[in-house]
Design a protein around this ligand. Structure first.
Ligand SMILES: [Zn+2]
Ligand SMILES: [Zn+2]
Length: 383
């Protein structure tokens, strides 16, 4: 029993201190060499536990299972390299040199190890700073404060719900869309920082006080998509419904053409649906309301497969034949499940509060303060 009490106490302690996260950076490439320097403030460099002095401009390179630190003409090898901020609110610049990547700017600290033939680059970052970077990456600049607040709420809930997603790789969340985009340029505005602070500790919970899986996409095309159409699993608080807030926005509609032969070959090869058997039936499709399958479920052609194969903006499209081209006229951008970002932006402009926006896109949910409603924590964590 004593062990259990201690474990429970530790869980709570970890929860209340869950303000520092481990985020895997540069995960879309196999990084072998990076360039690092301070952007703002002063950093110290540690090789294993040895203080190597103030961070200038250095390169870290994978070398025989170790991390090699190169400065001008000298080099040293270590198992683990840390850069640790000596001044508050510091940030560093990082860029992959092998293969090459854009330069990004991240706050707080960094850990670099050699793992499975690549550099494992991990940002040790305060929750608020992480969320500011995510909101900047996902929402861009110049949005309404209430939109940033709802995006911060979504992203915090997501981070806490998925904090073990990359446990086996030595970090919690990655920087890509697999988790949440965190391609930080430190361009976040005061409005983003304010939104993160004003929603501090706020999370979205479902009917049984569990953290909601906060799906979001750019534009639902006027009808939020059922999660089951995209991932084959229904989620109780994510249902399909009409959203009129996003229908006149930038990414509300799209049009593209696909070569008739290419289209027919794909349907025939993958699903045995041939032009020979079905004629022009395989080109004409009306989708007034969101559907899961192309033309008819009996043909067994999931719209998500067509989206993936032809890199379509969404599965919410109708089609017809024009000469040797199949014309696709579509609505929305992204999978369309959960929060519609352009719809949420419009709602914010019209005066809706962030909690109202969240409860419009997710059903039977509520916003709670996880510090205040401590009795909900074990349930909210789903542990
Ligand atoms: Zn991930
Ligand atoms: Zn929408």
């Amino acid at each position: 029993m004593k062990t259990r009490i201690i474990f429970f106490f530790l869980t709570l302690t970890c929860w209340s201190n869950a303000q520092e996260l481990r985020i895997g950076l540069l995960r879309s490439i196999e990084v072998k060499k990076i360039a690092l320097s301070a952007n703002q403030g002063v950093y110290s460099v540690y090789g294993d536990s040895i203080n190597l002095g103030i961070l200038g401009a250095i390169e870290l390179e994978l070398h025989s299972g170790m991390v090699r630190i190169k400065t001008n003409d000298t080099y040293q090898d270590f198992y683990c390299v840390h850069i640790v901020q000596d001044t508050l609110n510091s940030s560093f610049k990082i860029k992959s040199l092998l293969p090459t990547s854009r330069q990004h700017y991240y706050p707080d600290n960094l850990e670099v190890k050699s793992v499975d033939g690549r550099l494992n680059v991990v940002n040790l970052v305060n929750m608020d700073n992480y969320l500011s970077g995510v909101v900047e990456s996902e929402g861009g600049g110049g949005r309404h404060l209430e939109y940033y607040k709802v995006q911060a709420l979504m992203s915090r809930t997501y981070a806490l719900k998925n904090e073990d997603r990359h446990h086996d790789e030595g970090f919690q969340l990655c920087d890509g869309v697999h988790c949440q985009a965190y391609h930080n340029m430190l361009r976040y505005t005061d409005a983003i920082k304010t939104a993160v602070q004003l929603t501090q500790n706020k999370v979205l919970v479902g009917p049984r006080d569990q953290l909601v899986t906060t799906y979001f996409s750019a534009n639902c095309g006027g009808q939020v998509c059922d999660a089951g159409y995209v991932w084959n699993t229904s989620v109780p608080y994510v249902e399909s419904f009409i959203d009129t807030f996003c229908i006149h926005t930038r990414q509300a509609t799209w049009r593209t053409t696909i070569n008739k032969r290419k289209w027919a070959d794909f349907l025939n090869q993958e699903y045995g649906v041939s032009e020979k058997k079905y004629g022009n039936y395989i080109y004409n499709f009306d989708q007034i309301e969101r559907k899961a399958f192309f033309i008819h479920p009996s043909l067994g052609i999931p719209l998500r497969d067509l989206r993936q194969k032809f890199h379509l903006k969404s599965t919410f499209f109708s089609s017809y034949l024009n000469g040797d081209q199949v014309v696709l006229e579509g609505r929305g951008f992204g999978h369309g499940v959960g929060l519609c970002q352009e719809g949420a932006m419009r709602m914010a402009e019209l005066g809706y509060g962030y909690s109202q926006i969240a409860r419009f896109y997710f059903h039977n949910v509520q916003v709670i303060d996880f510090q205040h409603d401590r009795s909900l924590i074990p349930k909210a964590l789903g542990r």
